[in-house]
Design a protein around this ligand. Structure first.
Ligand SMILES: NC(=O)c1ccc[n+]([C@@H]2O[C@H](COP(=O)([O-])OP(=O)(O)OC[C@H]3O[C@@H](n4cnc5c(N)ncnc54)[C@H](OP(=O)(O)O)[C@@H]3O)[C@@H](O)[C@H]2O)c1
Length: 429
């Protein structure tokens, strides 16, 4: 028997309007497959006067989003407005009123996740957020349900399409960072203000969510070390290719005996790693665990259509659970685990230096690393006139040791410039 569920939408922008198009245009197919019909009963927006690409009936739109949450005909709330506030208070109000909530809001979840999940648990209703990481890629449900029994060791992610597009253009077309960013903006992959993408902040919110779900302990966005792609040059792209790597902005979430850590930074990825082939705006998440060994999820990480698919899946799931009438058990529980400070996290480094081509420079550089307890894996040098480009790739060492080595290198008179430092991803092939 078909049952109609009243939907309240907070936001009707890129994702919200794509969701409305699906709920309206594909209602028969959805009903045939799920036995459910949905009816969008109230939509909260910022600008009532804005032109919309869906039919607006009397009273459908409001610029008071609490009207959506409080509407008695709204059974289920979908938050696709973004930002921390008022989205956070609206979600809490909906949950407190016993309404299931679906959200795509990584920024909010990465900062107030436990509070929202606890509110849903108290209310006994679902709070689902499949679209918050990886857009159309199903990854939240696999992490929190399908793989709940796997003790995952590491989660790697290319979780920002804008930066992956820029770095792919730089690697494959030899574009400068500036030209690639301009191209990304022209094609609509980058926002007018791309700061959240290129600084790594967007990926950091997603890394926080991935780490929290993978390891069952809360990792907030402020616990994630983050570096963006602004300093990546075409010179390093060329060297990376020569040495068998490609540079990607990567989220790395790890569990070790000392605890868990999460970070986002550009990294040299070996060309034989599955993430090396993730090109353009595509996103991917790569999981490593003792019995699954490795799993790769990849696909469209953003865009109205793919993101609406993820939201719609959650809407159908929440509606089924609610109609079943049972008190919904929480899908995620967090228990405290030690967070490893980034200074203790061990990584391999690629360091490119510009030096005076004098006898003894290499020895001084080698002792700079050695004195800090960092061992060198390979060195490459090319001289031009009386200067030389020197590239050192280290073995894995704690961030604090690597930084201490870097400080000693900077103090060497013959070191003209430390031109770049890029971490190298560990990969057993
Ligand atoms: N776009 C993607 O590809 C994508 C992918 C994954 C996740 N997400 C997440 O999905 C959410 C929505 O993204 P989007 O791209 O659809 O955003 P968007 O296009 O900017 O749309 C935001 C919508 O929310 C409304 N809104 C914003 N602030 C409001 C307020 N204070 N009160 C009432 N309405 C308000 C806006 O109203 P007006 O229409 O009147 O301006 C607009 O309809 C974000 O959390 C984002 O991170 C997006």
């Amino acid at each position: 028997m078909e049952q109609s569920i009243g939907i309240g939408l907070l936001g009707a922008g890129t994702v919200g309007s794509a969701l409305i198009a699906r709920l309206v245009g594909e209602s028969e197919a959805i009903a045939a497959k799920t036995g459910l019909t949905f009816d969008v009963r109230k939509i909260g927006v910022n600008r009532l006067e804005r032109e919309r690409d869906f039919a607006i009936t009397e009273g459908l739109l409001t610029d008071d989003p609490f009207e959506v949450v409080n509407d008695p005909t709204v059974d289920l709330v979908v938050e696709v407005m973004g930002g921390k506030e008022p989205a956070g208070d609206l979600i809490l109000a909906a949950l407190q009123a016993g309404k299931p909530v679906i959200s795509a809001n990584k920024e909010l979840i990465a900062s107030r996740g436990p509070e929202l999940i606890a509110a849903a648990e108290r209310a006994g209703v679902p709070f689902l957020f499949e679209a918050a990481v990886g857009g159309g890629i199903p990854i939240i449900r696999p992490l929190s349900e399908t793989l709940a029994g796997e003790r995952l060791d590491r989660v790697l992610g290319i979780v920002n399409g804008t930066t992956n597009y820029i770095l792919t253009e730089m690697a494959s077309e030899g574009s400068t960072y500036e030209a690639a960013l301009e191209q990304a903006t022209a094609l609509g992959y980058a926002e007018t203000d791309p700061t959240a993408d290129i600084s790594g902040a967007d990926a950091a919110a997603k890394a926080a969510i991935l780490a929290s779900l993978a390891f069952g302990t809360w990792v907030g966005v402020d616990d994630v070390y983050v570096e963006g792609i602004e300093a990546i040059t075409s010179v390093d792209m060329t060297f990376a290719a020569e040495f068998g790597f490609v540079i990607k902005l990567i989220a790395v979430c790890e569990r070790s005996e000392s605890g868990v850590s999460a970070r986002v930074h550009p990294a040299m990825i070996p060309l034989d790693h599955p993430l090396a082939s993730i090109r353009g705006a595509t996103n991917a998440v790569y999981l490593e665990g003792p019995t699954i060994e490795s799993l790769l999820f990849s696909g469209p990480g953003a865009g109205g259509g793919p993101t609406a698919t993820a939201v719609l899946g959650d809407v159908i799931d929440a509606a089924r659970e609610t109609l079943a009438g049972a008190q919904v058990a929480p899908r995620i529980r967090f228990s405290p685990t030690e967070l490893v400070p980034f200074t203790d996290v061990a990584t391999r480094w690629y360091v490119r230096l510009q030096v005076d081509d004098q006898p003894g420079v290499l020895a001084q550089i080698a002792s700079g690393f050695g004195d800090a307890g960092v061992s060198i894996r390979s060195v490459w040098q090319e001289g031009v006139d009386d200067e030389a480009a020197l590239i050192v790739v280290t073995h894995s060492a704690a961030e604090s040791a690597q930084r201490s080595a870097l400080a000693s290198l900077r103090a060497i008179d013959e070191v003209i410039e430390v031109a770049s430092v890029i971490r190298v991803l560990e990969h057993e092939s």
